[in-house]
Ligand binder design. Structure first.
Ligand code: SAM
Length: 252
């Protein structure tokens, strides 16, 4: 099977790493699992052993035939030829997992974040640098748009680091597992407003929050939200961004 770069295909081949990922997923404890990008089935084989409903979402038409054959005798496995970026979760809650295609990881995580109420837990393999960004805290350089958007809905935990040699073909970067647990009571914020504010706030990182948001917030409003207008965007907390989005939504 020739890997397609355009589809972010790096297939896992290290059995001990695969075993550790499965341990983190705990398939037996899931009610229903969704695997994004099963590829040639490195993780899928182990997931399917749990006899828990398992839905596979694979975008590569060439992989659908082999997957269908492989899981032919497993009625609890359903295979969909679909773009995960279009995935609409109904019912649930699902345990969503995958060794994600790195070229679409960020938009896919935001797409799933918006459906967090239907997610029980998520375990993903991502580029290590992306995991570091998602899990970072305010005040750290890596703290940015994705950290705020994901931490708004999830508690984010970094886990096992995986070296490039665990994959075929070998990627140029380190990978890392991340576990996402939906917050039981996320702040009730209009997501489009939060996305908009976060985008504007981080438009120019070296500028102050006052300068990045001056079209929408006066100094007085910032101060009333306990934000010093001189702060840099990466020093505001997720809570402060939520407050900004609430204020923005109330006035627009
Ligand atoms: N799970 C396999 C493994 O660990 O060996 C494959 C992982 S590979 C990094 C990513 C997989 O996602 C590939 O099978 C690729 O075809 C699939 N993929 C790429 N873009 C996708 C999309 N938009 N929706 C669903 N699957 C996609």
């Amino acid at each position: 099977m020739r890997a397609k770069k355009s589809l972010g295909q790096n297939f896992l081949r290290d059995e001990s790493i695969i075993a550790q990922i499965i341990q983190l997923i705990r398939p037996q404890q899931a009610q229903h699992m969704i695997e994004i990008g099963p590829g040639t089935g490195a993780l899928t084989d182990h997931l399917a052993m749990a006899n828990v409903p398992l839905t596979l979402i694979e975008f590569d038409a060439d992989l659908i035939g082999p997957l269908t054959q492989r899981f032919n005798d497993k009625p609890h496995v359903s295979i969909y030829h679909q773009d995960a970026l279009q995935l609409q979760l109904d019912k649930g809650p699902y345990v969503v997992v995958g060794n994600l295609p790195y070229n679409i990881s960020s938009p896919l995580l935001v797409h799933l974040m918006k459906q967090s109420s239907r997610i029980d837990r998520a375990v993903f393999m991502l580029q290590k640098e992306l995991v570091q960004r998602i899990c970072s805290s305010p005040g750290v350089k890596a703290f940015g748009r994705l950290s705020v958007m994901l931490q708004h809905r999830f508690d984010c935990f970094e886990s096992l680091t995986v070296p490039p040699e665990a994959f075929q073909p070998i990627p140029k970067v380190d990978s890392q597992l991340i576990e996402l647990i939906p917050k039981p009571k996320p702040t009730d914020v209009d997501l489009a407003s939060l996305e908009f504010i976060v985008k504007q706030a981080f438009a120019q990182r070296r500028k102050t929050i006052r300068n990045n948001l001056k079209k929408w917030f006066s100094d007085d409003t910032l101060i009333s939200l306990d934000i010093d207008p001189q702060q840099r965007p990466e020093t505001l907390t997720v809570h402060q961004y939520e407050q900004l989005a609430l204020d923005y939504h109330a006035h627009h």
